[in-house]
Write a protein that binds this ligand. Sequence first.
Ligand code: PGA
Length: 265
Amino acid sequence: MRKPLIAANWKMNKLVEDSTAYGEELIERLKAEDVDLKKVDVAVCVPFIHMAALKVIFLLRGIGVGAQNMHSADSGAYTGEISPAMLEDMGIEYVIIGHSERRMYFAETDAACAEKLKAAHSHKIRPILCVGESLEQREAGEHFDTVRKQLAGCFEGIGGKEAAGTVIAYEPVWAIGTGRTATSGQANEMASFIRSVMADLYDAEAAEQIVILYGGSVKKSNIAELMNMSDIDGALVGGASLDAGEFAQIVNFDPDVVGKTPKVQ
Ligand code: PGA
């Protein structure tokens, strides 16, 4: 059984004082929503400056803190970068790798993602690898080929155990921040395809274990339908995660699945 994961991606937002208030509010809202954090993994992926405050607030609360990027080397002359050893030292549990905004604006390649994936696993940080096609690629019917190529490149040199422990987020670029969500059918079709590619690259057992998220304009109004699909195990949430109340409602995508108190029939 794959455990659902709902991850927030704040991108480049919020100041330190906002992050403290958000952390406290999220704990309260998850309590009010009656969410059992043993039944769902929750991660909040934030800019580096917010990590220390959130680690303290989330201590022993069952909410993970994640980075949105990292370098693949442990240390060295890489001005402005943050290393996996530094993240591990801070107790950071997750790292987003290969987000389309990093691929687009910072020229991140599949080969660079493979190095970062290796580094994350060797530091026991759970990577969330993003893949997904552009609008032009979808309209040209190249979305499956694009994603297959990204997966082959990003998992180059990664062992089966590490692959099985990698979270893969399918984020069609045309659905990010646009308000235009892929239909649950489109999202699940690609999630199933990703699982079949991983079965080809590794084996069926590894593919079955991989937690696959959908990302792109996820909000409280569409999460339930997405989470009902066979191959979607969670969500990577950008804009809608900036509000702790809405994010808590997204985490509570189905009270029967993640609720502490079973619903009375
Ligand atoms: P969005 O972003 O939810 O604002 O579309 C998702 C993401 O980029 O991870």
